[in-house]
Design a protein around this ligand. Sequence first.
Ligand code: XMP
Length: 385
Amino acid sequence: GWKMEDVMDEEIEVINNTVAPDDHVICALSGGVDSTVAATLVHKAIGDRLHCVFVDNGLLRYKERERVMETFDRDLHLPVTCVDASEQFLSKLKGVVDPEMKRKIIGKEFICIFDAFAHELEQKLGKKPAFLVQGTLYPDVIESCPPPGSGRTHSHTIKSHHNVGGLPKDMKLKLIEPLKLLFKDEVRQLGRILKVPEPFLKRHPFPGPGLAVRVLGDVTEGNALDIVRLVDEIFIQSIKDAGIYDSIWQAFAVFLPVKSVGVQGDQRTHSYVVTLRAVTSQDGMTADWVEEEFGAWGEVVEGEIYNTAPDDSSVLSPTLATLLNGSPPCPNQGELPISTSYSTVYCFENSFLKEVSQKICNNVRGVNRVTLDITSKPPSTIEWE
Ligand code: XMP
């Protein structure tokens, strides 16, 4: 079987053959699994000739900057510069309500900041950095260049996704994409070997534009961002306490710029409404709201059970197996489950929802109503904007 250790050694060799001994490399960290694993791998190969930047765009979750910086520093020893650009982002977003416009502004601001970082680094080093690390995965490669006859279309035409890592225009950086043949679960396996902490590897996906797509309308209105941060933290902590975080693809809170009437204590209130969303999914392309019984990943191949759950390193993607082995993988290996061998029920109990709702109304000033999103994808998207 394939070992992720072999993949890691192979990748490190490739990086060392690509980057000359006096070359410098830059990387934008989003706080997500992909960019973190990519940077950790490159750091293992070339050490402190890697220079990372993490941008606080003012749209991060509760204590997120502190939490991810601590992981970069204490657990991974990555050389990371943290840029607090919240004011800059939020002033550009003031008054903007169109979701696509919000994404474009955030993408553009990000490139400006990254550009400035790259130029400052050039001053400091006395030479231009030569490479840029990106955490591109295999599905991103397929998505931006669908194989002929696959029937897949560019999802970018549906919604423009701005992941971190826009290219500074005049830098002429060459790309290093060490994860571009891997699927998400394989990136997690690689991360495990690289000692990226387990809870970090299991974090739910978080969109590049951050809370901007979870505060509907103008993100700078009132204290919407503070409200959504607190509500989200209460919801996520409750999910973790209930031991179901890992069974959920994504869970989060959304701020609705809508006020409803309530009564708290003996006071009549006129406060905001929030909604909670939790979905199960295999890839984010389709999703079910957390309610249904769903099959866990598992398959029977020639009398043996191959569990394709994230912990198993015996199944690699067909492409990666071909790269390493020179031939495609044995039949069925790495494909989607033929038949599910077991299933588990995941749903929120009413008592859980009741407790979360009470905690939110008791602890978050400005909220007097909590709703639950019970829509799958399609017809809804996972995010609200
Ligand atoms: P939707 O909302 O399109 O989301 O069903 C599918 C997955 O993509 C994430 N998402 C984004 N990620 N930039 C990102 O990097 C974006 O603009 C963006 N919009 C959605 C979403 O969180 C879900 O995992």
